[in-house]
Design a binder for this molecule. Structure first.
Ligand SMILES: [Zn+2]
Length: 398
């Protein structure tokens, strides 16, 4: 690893291609005997154990066997063919899919946490709304008697987040001192369609809030593919990807974005929540979709950098703290420490140099940076052990 070939390309007009396209990096990691081993359920449990409880555990168990069948089928063709790549992939899957429990994004947000998503959206207390939202109660007059007559309170309103968000407790608002009007909002379930449409709109191919594209193209699959443009990119690439059992409904931009029930916002895009297509879209996103600052996620995985891999998957650093906790467990489960030791024993000079470089970074507390983000990473004690062994071997040789 580490040989950098800069291939300069120019288009027909003589302009240089985008920098990301110009930099091609040839990665030739050493392959230890563990690199080609299958990914097992035991390894996933080893990585996710602390989080596998209740509903997450039940959903993990429901998904894991089928996911692994496809993951192991596609592993060799989609850059899950070294200990490091497997460890980093499984680390990313942890946060994207909540430990394999959700193959599609949920919007189970508490009301008070999403008021910023509903800024300037008010629900007025018209008789229709009071009637429609049964959990909304207006209490007025000095005695605070519950109003049964559905009087018109339409001059008053509450932020829409309190209507569409999930409420596990009662919210209480005093709306007017002189009239003594109180609103009680009882516990109720969220309206995920509305919330999703307030999260992802007017960007990356999604239309406005009222289009419900945010719900249509919510995170799905092992890498939680999100936004219409990214779904379309998968649809375009899909025809030529080397999968058995391809689904014709996913081939091409037109098909993958097709609604099957427009009123209920159902369509071909829903297929990505099924284990087989969740894996297909996930490994494509991991291995083929895009380069970020010149490299793809598997190439950052070989450098063992949590920040770079996370950023290139997530486009930000959502869930970075959990990703940082999972990675050392994944290094252990996928035998990365043995892989490092073996590479140092048997690899060529370039490969040895890479091992030392990785270990010198991850063994100690350090800060990793990518674009405008940075994160503090604790030193990995198991990595330090391998590094010490390497140093003592070098001393003896000298
Ligand atoms: Zn290996």
């Amino acid at each position: 690893m580490g040989r950098v070939l800069v291939i300069k390309k120019i288009d027909v007009a003589g302009r240089a291609f985008d920098f990301d396209e110009m930099l091609e990096i040839e990665v030739e990691p050493y392959k230890c005997p563990y690199c080609s081993e299958k990914i097992t359920k035991e390894q996933l449990v080893q990585c996710y154990k602390k989080y596998l409880k209740g509903r997450i555990l039940a959903n993990f168990n429901a998904n894991v066997d089928e996911i692994l069948v496809y993951l192991n089928k596609y592993r060799k063709d989609y850059h899950l063919n070294t200990c490091l790549k497997k460890a980093h992939f499984i680390t990313q899957v942890a946060t994207e899919t909540k430990f394999l429990s959700s193959l599609e994004e949920e919007f189970y947000y508490q009301s008070h946490k999403i008021t910023d998503k509903f800024s300037e959206e008010e629900i007025y207390l018209t008789p229709q709304n009071i009637n429609k939202y049964k959990f909304l109660k207006v209490i007025d007059e000095n005695e605070y008697e519950e109003n049964k007559n559905l009087q018109d309170y339409s001059e008053f309103s509450v932020n829409a987040a309190y209507i569409y968000g999930y409420a596990k407790k009662k919210y209480e608002f005093n709306l007017s001192d002189d009239k003594k009007i109180k609103i009680l909002i009882d516990s109720h379930l969220p309206d995920e369609k509305v919330i999703a449409s307030r999260m992802y709109y007017n960007n990356f191919g999604n239309q406005g809030k009222k289009s419900f594209d945010g719900y249509r193209y919510r995170g799905r699959g092992l890498m939680h593919l999100t936004w219409k443009d990214n779904y379309k990119a998968f649809g375009r690439a899909y025809k030529d990807l080397s999968f058995e059992n391809k689904n014709a409904s996913l081939i091409g931009e037109e098909n993958i974005t097709r609604d099957t029930d427009r009123e209920n916002i159902e369509g071909n895009y829903d297929l990505l929540s099924l284990p087989i297509y969740a894996v297909q879209s996930g490994v494509w996103f991991w291995a083929k979709f895009r380069k970020v600052s010149g490299l793809r996620p598997p190439e950052y995985a070989e450098k063992d950098r949590i920040m770079d891999v996370s950023y290139s998957i997530n486009g930000g650093i959502n869930g970075i703290e959990i990703r940082k906790k999972i990675l050392p467990l994944a290094r252990k489960a996928f035998k990365v420490y043995d892989h490092y030791a073996k590479t140092y024993e048997e690899g060529d000079n370039e490969q040895k140099r890479m091992v030392k470089k990785n270990l010198e970074l991850i063994s100690f507390d350090h800060t990793e940076k990518m674009k405008n983000y940075s994160t503090k990473v604790n030193g990995d004690e198991n990595a330090l052990e391998i590094l010490k062994q390497i140093f003592s071997t070098e001393k003896i040789r000298k």
